[in-house]
Design a protein around this ligand. Sequence first.
Ligand code: 5AD
Ligand code: SF4
Length: 451
Amino acid sequence: MSEQEHGSSKKVFVKTFGCQMNVYDSDKITALLSKDGYTATQDLEDADLIVVNTCSVREKPEQKLRSFIGEMAPHRSRGAKVGIAGCMAQHAGADLFKQYRGQVDLVFGPDHVPNVREIVGQVEKGQRVLANSFLDNTQYAFVREVVTDGKAGAFVTIQKGCDNKCTFCIVPATRGVELSRPNAEILEEVRAVVATGVREITLIGQNVNSYGLKVPGELTFAQLLYKVAEVPGVERIRYTTSHPRDMGDDVIQAYRDLPQLTSHLHLPVQSGSDRMLRRMKRFYNRERYLEVVRQLRDARPDISLSTDIIVGFPGETDADFEDTMSLLEAVRFEGSFSFKYSPRPGTPALRLKDALVSKRDMSERLTRYQKRQQEIQIESNHACEGQTLDVLVEGPSKWDPEVLCGRSSTFKMINFAGPKELVGTIVPVKVLRGFTNSLRGELALGVDTSS
Ligand code: 5AD
Ligand code: SF4
């Protein structure tokens, strides 16, 4: 049925928890449903369909789901359909219908995002739908509809799933095996989003550095970076997530060759202890990680690095944790997502039952890590004072509509006064003050930042 035939009176509200892949999937859900007359709404009262896109990487998002579904009860009573998508939908499947009896109409995993129109069509006819089978890699088609809603940056997926088996991680069980998207499709999407005014492309996948390696004739990740940089209009390229083991010399070389590649890399290390890294099955050690950091800084001296840290992995001793603290000092990460280890169903780490870390130790370690990380961030942000940074203006600041907000190539958030017309452009901004999580600056138009 065409959009015109259907009318466009229906509204969908999508709530996203979790990682960049979920943000991307949520956008694709909205884009696909728009073909059946759905428009996105931020107002629950308006919604005919409410989809919560879940994450199951840690326990907390599961608690968030529980309260979200509870809050949806009055909307479902007035006739709205309620659906659960994402990783939790994939691994809990039919159990969610039991757990939330009479509260949920559809449950579908990440592999079924491309089929969301059919799924919602069945729900509209009054059926309850469960779609959480894994599709064979030959059956899976990446969604090609593009959504950018006027933003300066866009995510472009290059890969789905993950073939690694990090022992703490549920992702291989929820997003399935790795599948690289054909480079022609990726480049087509890059061109399409750039045509809408997008300046910054973030290539996303669970383990982007292994892109293409298992497909005969496909580009490598480094080659893909060069191709994306050739697309006219692409001013910045970011990518996430990288696995340190797969960070090859060719990608490091790209930091010398490609000015579009931004001076920031998120490179999850998880722990500074070799013993923990072995137990996590990460396949690199501390020394190798530090070597990659040295090479990156050699190729791109101003590169800022952020990471993911897990504290309290089974068996982590005080000495192991001190190794994580000393790694933080050695690298001086500009940002960290740090978490307490959270046992996940079906993951190999559940078998590691020796020397479990107490809740109290976990909390103490996390607090200590985060406190020191924050100090380093403040020091690094103070060090920016007086510098002029190229900033991609993303939009008005959340707190003050008169103030613009953007990001430096090093991924620092900066607020400054300026006209709205600058949104979507890259402008020089002089840093006046550095805070913990952001910078304050002033427009430095007319300043030559090329030297
Ligand atoms: N417990 C705690 N943190 C986890 N992560 C993944 N699985 C777990 C878990 N079971 C963290 C890792 C990963 C990030 C996306 O989430 O640090 O890099
Ligand atoms: Fe999980 Fe490891 Fe794959 Fe990342 S690389 S998604 S942490 S299994």
